[in-house]
Design a protein around this ligand. Structure first.
Ligand code: FRU
Length: 506
């Protein structure tokens, strides 16, 4: 089973041809006002097993991407340019630049060179604003005689006036923090280990986020694990704490889950973005358990939507508020939005539903707010169905919603076709979120937002305090075509539904 190219996601980046996994080195060029995204890439193969390159894409608005193909390639057969990051070396601390390169475009890439014998960290710099890179002649800049030492995420830490590198000593379960003043010489400051182990640590990161409603900022350490996460395969976790430029000190011993779906991995933040209201980041929307088998061609792999990140105190349960990551999807100016349906304060009765048909793009932004009455609460389920067009006489459906009996949100991406038989393509997934509001009579209010893009579903619960990202694969010829919002019982009140169909402006 191979899907038609009409199934290619529209507002998520996919390479035109070939394979992609992790996003690498996203950064913002403030001179040309252009976002850059690199990614793990094999140009002529969709299995990601050949020598990995960095591919390159750019965008003015984070929604419409131009694919520029391979930008950093391995020099020798059997080697791979593995994950890493890009910094803007504004003050030319590395000495790679002269006056001819605008300070805002002094891009330096730090990546892992993978070979059979070792994983080492290398530098490459760009004098044309990130479109081509020159490898540093004295590479590697960091080696420790290990084959499991990778994924440098580097950023400038202003208070301590140096570069910080966070990377994974993968199979020793260590996140290592190094410091440097010139990007070339690195000193180890910390070994940090926490949370779930799985098989190995990958793609760590650190970001400083505003805490909503306060003047405070806190640091968040991100960590990818693969394989061995509870849902199977790969997933990201995070820890909240303080960072002084050398040492990360977590506030508590809790592992928090970044996204509850099966397709959100190897997250990385953008360098040098203009916003003060949070930090932008992007992930790979797949899972190593089945990434190499998904039925797309001539591409395989895509990013998740770019998200803004903040922190907020939200209830973990009725008795305790927890500091939690809040994720908000970014929609750029190139997106054309057509409202298909809008209702406010509607009451849904048992087995009643609202059906909304799209035109043809297969891309939707769906927002549903609702309030459950306390009477016979256990029987209440709010369901949102994404239905395909009718092709070959069949219609396919995936579902999401909230179940009051289980007090949980859910996704069911199961479709009766060949690919869905893959034993690792877990179809049912749930996540919890406390009500946004419970009034004095026990009425509970929740919200969900679902972004559907051809074969990707990203769900944001209660304004992003929890998210679920899953790919799904309708059979060939079937595309998301309509949306149905329904109730399993009486007493679902104040239902606000907004369904927009999205496309890209010409
Ligand atoms: C994570 C990862 C990284 C590595 C890259 C190789 O998905 O395994 O640790 O650098 O992918 O493509």
């Amino acid at each position: 089973m191979v899907l038609a190219t009409s199934n290619r996601p529209l507002i998520h980046f996919t390479p035109q041809n070939g394979w992609m996994n992790d996003p690498n080195g996203p950064w913002y060029d403030a001179k040309d006002e252009l976002y850059h995204l690199y990614f793990q890439y094999t140009p002529n193969d969709t299995t990601g097993q050949l020598d990995l390159h960095w591919g390159h894409a750019s965008s003015t608005d984070l929604s419409k991407w131009t694919d520029h193909g391979s930008v950093i390639a391995p020099d020798r057969e059997g080697e791979g340019i593995f994950s890493g990051s890009v910094v803007v070396d504004y003050n030319n601390t590395s000495g790679f630049f002269n006056e001819s390169v605008d300070p805002r475009q002094r891009a330096v890439a730090l990546y892992t060179l993978n070979s059979e014998d070792a994983q080492v960290q290398e530098l490459a710099y760009s004098t044309d604003g990130g479109f081509t890179f020159e490898k540093y002649e004295n590479n590697p800049v960091l080696e420790v005689n290990s084959t499991q030492f990778r994924d440098p995420k580097v950023f400038w830490h202003e208070p301590s006036n140096h570069w910080v590198m966070v990377l994974a000593k993968s199979q020793e379960y260590k996140i290592q923090i190094f410091g440097s003043t010139d990007l070339k010489n690195w000193v180890l400051h910390l070994n940090f280990s926490a949370g779930l182990y799985g098989f190995q640590y990958e793609c760590p990161g650190l970001m400083e986020l505003p805490v909503e409603g306060t003047d405070e900022k806190k640091w968040v350490m991100i960590l990818a694990i693969n394989p061995g996460m509870p849902l199977g395969g790969s997933a990201n976790q995070y820890f909240i704490g303080d960072f002084d430029g050398y040492k990360f000190t977590p506030d508590d011993h809790q592992t928090r889950i970044h996204d509850h779906g099966k397709d959100y991995y190897a997250f990385q933040t953008f360098s040098d973005t203009p916003s003060e209201d949070g930090v932008l980041g992007v992930a790979w929307a797949s899972n190593w358990q089945y990434a190499r088998h998904v039925p797309t061609d001539p591409w395989r792999g895509s990013t998740g939507i770019v998200r803004n990140h903040t922190l907020a105190k939200v209830p973990g349960n009725p008795e305790t508020d927890l500091l939690t990551l809040v994720q908000t999807p970014i929609f750029g100016e190139s997106i054309k939005r057509q409202n298909l349906f809008k209702t406010l304060n509607h009451t849904l009765y048992k087995n009643e539903s609202i059906s909304v048909s799209g035109n043809s793009t297969g891309v939707f932004d769906i927002e549903v707010g609702f309030t459950l009455s306390p009477k016979e609460l256990n029987s209440k389920q709010l369901q949102v169905s994404i239905l395909s067009n009718k092709a070959n006489g069949t219609q396919e459906e995936i579902k999401l919603g909230y179940d009051a009996n289980a007090e949980a949100f859910f996704i069911d991406r199961g479709v009766d076709n060949e690919f869905n038989k893959n034993v690792f393509f877990t179809d049912k997934i749930s996540a919890i979120a406390e009500p946004l509001k419970t009034d004095k009579d026990g009425y509970k209010t929740y919200k969900l937002r679902a972004i559907v893009d051809k074969n990707l579903l990203e769900v944001f619960l209660n304004d992003g305090v929890s998210t679920i990202t899953n790919t799904f694969f309708f059979s060939s010829g079937h595309l998301p075509a309509s949306v149905k919002v329904g109730a399993s019982a009486d007493g679902i009140y104040a239902v606000d539904v907004k369904v927009d169909e999205l496309s890209l402006k010409a």
